[in-house]
Each structure stands twice: as structure tokens, then as C-alpha cells.
Design a protein around this ligand. Structure first.
Ligand SMILES: Nc1ncnc2c1ncn2[C@@H]1O[C@H](COP(=O)(O)OP(=O)(O)OP(=O)(O)O)[C@@H](O)[C@H]1O
Ligand SMILES: [Mg+2]
Length: 354
């Protein structure tokens, strides 16, 4: 009769888990300190892996690798791996100037040209990050044409508590927009100092509650509002949205240079309206040309975070307050946008680790 196997030791489990590497941070999960709460009870082994973002695209892969590595150990009968995350915060090199209270990472969504789908990308990026389990807010800083509330189906006036503006809650997001502070149908004509103080109030007077990511939808171009934001707040990074055609790509250059001048890392470029596939077909029609994102990637060395096709439900969802990643998560556009969210979260983790 064979003897029952002795229970595995903690050291043996940790040793086995060294085989699992974080593909972005290029180190193993033990060295990175990601393995937590190891409990061994006879042949039952349970532990948690704490990643730096819940939106990690390789989360499932790492979980199954960890499980398989420990299962191989002699004496192991059952393995339970819990995946958790603690998002790292982006900090300025010195002090904490520009840190927004309650926010770990501010991500600006920008574009050279108007109408390329910045707000659509910002809203869906925020929703996709929230769907992964992260705590996410969206700030509509487009003082000239704020339309995030419409895209999220929000109306009304925000409340005030302890002299701070209380953000709205929608689709799991904390939301604030200039549109919710000014009367509807009132054009906003702000210049210089007024704009500066409006942005400031927006950034620092909202009671953001413990956010991993605050996505900021900027007005198009490289004007006062963009500069004002990057001077006043510590931005973790910027995403630039473009369409594939040359005129749009030209404007991207300006946007990239602006963020580089103010030392804000470019997280990458999203190519929106990349192609159109008619219903029932698999053909891709490149209505706005092809390869703009790839050209930017090559010229500036900034990653292409994703290509989002044109889909009528994207616009419809935007118009009735149901972002496509919520309304139809399996559509090609939603999948592309969720992919963008995963890549953004990865880039934030990697840059914060450096
Ligand atoms: N991939 C897409 N498929 C279909 N429609 C889209 C797509 N992306 C954006 N749209 C639509 O195009 C219009 C412009 O998009 P959006 O408002 O997001 O652009 P923007 O860059 O924020 O514009 P602005 O410069 O005015 O702020 C909207 O009606 C939106 O619903
Ligand atoms: Mg917009």
C-alpha cells in the first residue's frame, strides 16, 4: 500500500510559482510580490495573485499557469487561485503637485482634429475599465462641446457635499461634465483665465471617490484647455484618437508634440472609424483610407492601441446613453474598444513600475 503524499511546503509552492512570469513587467510573480495569502491545508493549496490592474489582458492565462504549476507538485490535490488587483498610482517625480485627491491615474483622451470619436473612445474606455472591476471616473473637460452626459444618458444638476461637487454614477462610473453645470443650449464661450479656473475647479473640486483611473475627455486640438489641464494636473498619460486619413494623422503630430513638451507620456494611438463592414458581409471597406495608426506608430514610436471599425450601433448607443461596450459587448467595435482598455491598463502598470 502506498503512503499518502506529504503536504507541500510553502517554499515548494513559491518555487513552483516562479515559473509564472508577468509578460509586461518581465519578472516572475514571486519576485514581483504578487503572491498573497498562501494557505496550505493538507493537499489543498489556496493563494491570491494581486496584479497591478484588474483589466490585465493576460489575467486568465496567468491564473491557469499558476494553477498548473502548483498542481504539479507532489502532495497537491486541489489548487484555488484568486485573482485580485491593486492599481498603482502615477506620481510626479517630486512632491505631489497636481495630484487630484481620490485619483490614482489621470488619463487624458485627446485628438488633433475634431469629430474623430474622442468622446466615444473615452466613454467606452472608461466603461470597459470599470467592467474589468477597476474603480473608474470620467471627466468631460470638453468645455466647448461637452457630450459625455448624452453618451451616458445623464441629465440634472450634481449635488454638493462638504463644498465639493458630487459626481454622478452611471454604468459603474463616477461622472462629471461641464454640461451638467451650465444651462442646456447655452454656448460656452470661455477664454484664458476663465477657462483655466473652470478646468481647475473641475479637477480639484469634484469629490472623486477612490478612483484607479480618471479618464478625461478633452476638446479637440492643442489649445488652451489641453495646456491648462496638463499644467494644473499630474497626468499619468495621454491617448490620442485619430481616423486613418492623412489630414487627421497630420494633426496627431501636433498633439503628440504638445504632450511631449509638457512631459506627459503618450500611452498610444487609437485609430477610430478604421473600416466599415456592411451587415452580412465580411468585406472591410476603408472609407477613410488605411494605415494611419500604423504610420504614427512607426514615426513616433507610440503604440497603436487598437483599430475600431465604424458600426452604426456605436453611434446609436452614443445617442441613447448606452456605450457599445455595455449595449453589445460582442460586437467588433466593442471588442476593439475593450482591447484598447486592456492595453491602456497594461501601459499604465508598466510605466508606473518604472
Ligand atoms: N466607430 C464608430 N462607429 C460609428 N460611429 C462612430 C464611431 N466613432 C464615433 N462615432 C460617431 O461619430 C460622431 C463623432 O464622435 P465623437 O463625438 O465621439 O467625436 P469627438 O472626437 O469627441 O468629437 P468632438 O471633436 O466634437 O468632441 C458621434 O456621432 C459618434 O457616435
Ligand atoms: Mg467630443
Amino acid at each position: 500500500m502506498s503512503q499518502p503524499q506529504a503536504a507541500p511546503t510553502e517554499a515548494a509552492v513559491f518555487d513552483a510559482l516562479r515559473a509564472v512570469r508577468d509578460p509586461d513587467l518581465h519578472r516572475d510573480i514571486v519576485e514581483l510580490g504578487f503572491v498573497k495569502d498562501l494557505r496550505i491545508c493538507g493537499g489543498n493549496v489556496a493563494f491570491a495573485i494581486e496584479l497591478t490592474t484588474p483589466a490585465c489582458p493576460v489575467k486568465d492565462l496567468m491564473q491557469s499557469q499558476a494553477e498548473a504549476a502548483v498542481r504539479k507538485l507532489p502532495g497537491v490535490e486541489e489548487v484555488t487561485v484568486t485573482m485580485t488587483a491593486q492599481v498603482t498610482a502615477s506620481r510626479p517625480l517630486l512632491g505631489d503637485k497636481g495630484m487630484i485627491p481620490g485619483v490614482k491615474n489621470v488619463i487624458a483622451v485627446s485628438s488633433g482634429k475634431g469629430g474623430v470619436g474622442k468622446s466615444t473612445v473615452a466613454v467606452n474606455l472608461a466603461c470597459a475599465l470599470a467592467q474589468s472591476g477597476a474603480r473608474v471616473g470620467i471627466l468631460d473637460a470638453d468645455v466647448y462641446g461637452p457630450n459625455v452626459p448624452l453618451m451616458l444618458g445623464l441629465t440634472g444638476q450634481p449635488g454638493v457635499e462638504n463644498k465639493k461637487i458630487v459626481p454622478f454614477e452611471r454604468h459603474g462610473l463616477q461622472v462629471m461634465s461641464m454640461a451638467l453645470l451650465v444651462a442646456e443650449d447655452q454656448p460656452v464661450i470661455w477664454r484664458g483665465p476663465m477657462l483655466h479656473s473652470a478646468v481647475r475647479q473641475f479637477l480639484f473640486d469634484v469629490a472623486w471617490n477612490d478612483l484607479d483611473y480618471l479618464v478625461v475627455d478633452l476638446p479637440p486640438g492643442t489649445g488652451d484647455a489641453q495646456l491648462s489641464l496638463s499644467q494644473q494636473a499630474h497626468l499619468m498619460g495621454a491617448i490620442i484618437v485619430t481616423t486613418p486619413q492623412d489630414v487627421s494623422v497630420l494633426d496627431v503630430r501636433k498633439a503628440i508634440r504638445m504632450f511631449q513638451t509638457v512631459n506627459v507620456p503618450i500611452l498610444g494611438v487609437v485609430e477610430n472609424m478604421a473600416w466599415f463592414t456592411p451587415p452580412g458581409s465580411t468585406e472591410r471597406y476603408h472609407l477613410f483610407g488605411e494605415g494611419g495608426g500604423a504610420r504614427i506608430e512607426k514615426e513616433f514610436g507610440v503604440p497603436l492601441l487598437g483599430q475600431v471599425p465604424i458600426e452604426i450601433p456605436v453611434r446609436e448607443g452614443g445617442d441613447r446613453g448606452q456605450p457599445i461596450v455595455v449595449a453589445d459587448p460582442t460586437s467588433a467595435a466593442a471588442q476593439a474598444l475593450a482591447g484598447v482598455a486592456g492595453k491602456v491598463a497594461q501601459r499604465v502598470s508598466v510605466l508606473n513600475a518604472q
